[in-house]
Design a protein around this ligand. Structure first.
Ligand SMILES: NC(=O)C1=CN([C@@H]2O[C@H](COP(=O)(O)OP(=O)(O)OC[C@H]3O[C@@H](n4cnc5c(N)ncnc54)[C@H](O)[C@@H]3O)[C@@H](O)[C@H]2O)C=CC1
Ligand SMILES: O=C(O)[C@H]1O[C@H](OP(=O)(O)OP(=O)(O)OC[C@H]2O[C@@H](n3ccc(=O)[nH]c3=O)[C@H](O)[C@@H]2O)[C@H](O)[C@@H](O)[C@@H]1O
Length: 464
């Protein structure tokens, strides 16, 4: 029986390897992590991450050919293929702080493989890493493989998006793989191609050299984020001119060379990867003495920060230039709908700005646990401390509760349950202070209908 080990039971390692187990009953998949609580949750009825369709897949295969464990060494020892899916966050200190990827977790996992392996392994770089990381992994593995065993390294970046992870893993646009173009490298790659080809059409499994594969992952995220920053930059022009950003996106998106996706203006992109991966690319460009290239990509992140600030300023300005002690219902805290993930969520920055303006925030999100919201707001660097958060933030258990006595509602996440048919906005209006304002940061509401009810509506990318 072929055995796969996945190091890192996070948003990528968990779903991606659970899907391999689901699609290939004859492969034993063991997902390991150092974090005991996370592994306990994977082994419980309440999985550590919320992702539509994930429960069914895990519950169908867990204990059969899918296992979750903290016994990293044993899983490495018995595996033929090892996915490295550990986190690669932005470095917080030292060289490249605030930009470069922190590769400490990759290195620790790689060294562990080198130390405990007693048979040859195919090591697959699944985490998003700077270009040429596979070379460092190979150097570490080879320097430690004194036991006459060989390690082949593949790059196999992941393109799933949270909220649609299972759909993306079942029907990916493509699966990307890179290897050293040697007979051994190509043979190792073929083994991985054979696994994915069980459910993905062969023409969608793309192979190339290692460095192209590594860079393609950073490039894809940078290009996607760049589209969002572009439409958000246009949203500012729309608000000032009377143009409508939805109409502009539609007009541009119908050009088949541009395409309609990823042109939704918003309060700014969030998520653990876009900003991190662009900054990673900026750092790489700087290291390669390409300052113009670095500045170009950096502007995508600068525009995103500007968008969050710009929308918050619009809120304060519209509420007669003061939000002191005004109750503001913040609907949605996750970085996008259908996930409980809050990493780099635009809501965090907006809450921080509003707390500094002394607003009283009533926050509701259907999937983010209250203690996560508080933890995010007191995280160093966010700009607000525990005392301020306790004084200014209350967490609510429904949108209706958040809106009672509120002066304004701010839509931060595009959850379906905030849409017009799903919430009774007449009831909400009746429970609010007047004038009652709604700030739609996600373009999900019907402004004319809300105005009929009596709301004062401000929408991103539209003038009032
Ligand atoms: N979250 C996403 O949607 C996507 C993430 N990625 C990339 O995938 C990688 C992983 O991301 P996430 O799954 O979101 O991170 P995560 O933080 O959710 O999970 C990483 C896990 O690795 C574990 N870990 C770290 N070092 C370890 C070690 N030495 N041994 C065992 N376990 C260890 C951590 O405890 C953690 O549970 C990152 O490089 C990210 O950029 C790529 C595509 C999508
Ligand atoms: O490397 C990663 O981590 C992943 O990053 C993104 O996936 P993800 O961050 O999970 O979610 P997206 O759907 O890309 O949304 C990212 C952010 O952009 C925002 N967004 C997205 C699309 C859009 O048109 N407008 C917009 O503001 C979303 O609300 C969200 O805050 C990419 O889409 C994945 O392909 C990639 O694998």
């Amino acid at each position: 029986m072929l055995k796969i080990c996945c190091i890192g039971a996070g948003y990528v390692g968990g779903p991606s390897c659970a899907v391999i187990a689901f699609k290939c009953h004859d492969i034993k998949v063991t997902i390991v992590d150092l974090n005991q609580a996370r592994i306990d949750a994977w082994n419980s009825d309440r999985l550590p991450i919320y992702e539509p369709g994930l429960d069914e897949i895990v519950f169908a295969r867990r204990g059969k050919n899918l296992f979750f464990s903290t016994d990293v060494d044993e899983a490495i020892r018995e595996a033929d293929l090892i996915f490295v899916s550990v986190n690669t966050p932005t470095k917080k200190s030292g060289m490249g702080a605030g930009m470069a990827a922190d590769l400490a977790y990759i290195e620790t996992a790689t060294r562990r493989i080198a130390q405990v392996a007693t048979t040859s392994k195919i090591v697959i770089e699944k985490s998003t890493v700077p270009c040429r990381t596979a070379q460092s992994m190979r150097t570490i593995l080879e320097a430690n493989s004194t036991k006459g065993i060989r390690f082949d390294i593949l790059s196999n970046p992941e393109f799933l998006a949270e909220g649609t992870a299972i759909q993306d893993l079942f029907h990916p646009d493509r699966v990307l793989m890179g290897c050293l173009q040697t007979p051994e490298g190509l043979a190792a790659q073929q083994k991985l191609v054979d696994i994915y080809s069980r459910w993905i059409p062969r023409e969608r499994v793309i192979t190339m050299n290692l460095w192209s594969s590594e860079l393609s992952k950073l490039a894809a995220n940078a290009l996607l984020a760049q589209r969002i920053s572009s439409i958000n930059a246009l949203s500012a022009i729309c608000e000032a001119t009377g143009a409508d950003v939805d109409e502009v996106a539609y007009a541009c998106g119908t050009d088949s060379r541009i395409g309609p996706k990823f042109l939704k203006a918003s309060v700014g992109f969030g998520g653990s990867c876009f900003q991190k991966d662009i900054l990673n690319l900026v750092y790489l460009s700087e290291q390669l003495f390409l300052p113009e290239v670095a500045a170009y990509w950096k502007s995508v992140v600068t525009m995103n920060e500007y968008q969050k600030m710009r929308f918050t300023h619009r809120i304060v300005r519209t509420l007669f230039n003061t939000v002191t002690n005004k109750r503001i219902a913040l609907l949605g805290f996750a970085f996008k709908k259908d996930t409980g993930d809050t990493r780099e969520s635009a809501a965090i920055t907006m809450c921080s700005y509003l707390i500094q303006e002394h607003a009283q925030l009533a926050v509701y999100d259907p999937k983010v646990p209250p203690k996560q919201i508080i933890a995010d707001l007191i995280e160093p660097g966010v700009g607000t401390n525990e005392v301020e958060v306790k004084k200014h933030v209350s967490i609510c258990s429904s949108a209706y509760e958040a809106c009672v006595d509120a002066d304004a509602i701010v839509i931060c996440t595009e959850w379906d349950e905030f849409k017009m048919g799903a919430l009774d906005y007449q009831r909400i209006y009746a429970s609010m202070n007047k004038p009652a304002f709604i700030f739609d940061g996600r373009l999900i509401l019907d402004a004319p209908k809300l105005r009929e009810i009596g709301f004062k509506v401000e929408t991103i990318g539209k003038s009032t």
